[in-house]
Design a protein around this ligand. Sequence first.
Ligand SMILES: Nc1ncnc2c1ncn2[C@@H]1O[C@H](COP(=O)(O)OP(=O)(O)O)[C@@H](O)[C@H]1O
Ligand SMILES: [Mg+2]
Length: 264
Amino acid sequence: MTALIDIKGVRHAYATAAGPLPVLDGLEVSVEEGGFCAVVGPSGCGKSTLTRLVAGLMHPDEGEVWLHGERVRGPRSTVGMAFQNPVLLEWRSILKNVMLPLEIVPNGLKGNAAKERARHLLSLVGLEDFEDKRPSELSGGMRQRASLCRALVHQPEVLILDEPFGALDAFTREDLWQTMHNLKEKEPFTGVLITHDLREAIFLGDQVVVLSGRPARTQYVMNIARSAPADLEELYTAEAAERLNILRHQIEIAQGRAPQEAAQ
Ligand SMILES: Nc1ncnc2c1ncn2[C@@H]1O[C@H](COP(=O)(O)OP(=O)(O)O)[C@@H](O)[C@H]1O
Ligand SMILES: [Mg+2]
């Protein structure tokens, strides 16, 4: 089976006043259709750059990015994105914020169909009673739920999440993890999740990719088989502890705090 997202041998350097800044050098990421790939790595190693490549917002200097068998050459409407700061528009209601991509994407749903689609998503994340509120009237966790709905409203093939839960408190974050599992079951997508939370990575991902320090290459890949509906209890098993240990060690290597030979 071919991958839905395929990043092959990507190298990239940003032009800066001080000269080229190499950020990616040997990036290999492959995500099957319906897969959920969590990407972890040291701060500033090139994780957000990776999301821009997949979204077609920039071109790599070398290497290839493929999406559903097509070379990515520009921005695509089949990609949905959500970030740490939800960037909802304060002058629009929550419902209207969620509907926004449908006004922009060609062939998007219109009128009542658009409203119904947005309402359906809001109900999946427990925000059915908040559609008329303004963003500032919602808690941080609720705003992030709305932003997930907005990212999914046009039924993108790929959902890219760049540290979406990073600004939330631990309990809210764990609620959102459950919401993500629920959303993925009801609204299937192929996901890329950037996170610095290893528990989040193993709870949500079926693949965890560890990037090396800048310039980032794919340093380590962990595959996690998922079967039963996800339960937070999973995080307290011996298996989870072992996975977290391996990933913690890989991050230490990526940060240059552990010897390279230990890399697998
Ligand atoms: N447009 C840009 N121009 C120049 N340097 C950039 C640009 N975007 C990011 N960088 C630099 O590239 C490196 C990787 O950035 P980024 O992909 O945002 O890292 P991460 O998301 O892993 O923290 C950082 O050192 C950052 O300062
Ligand atoms: Mg980033």
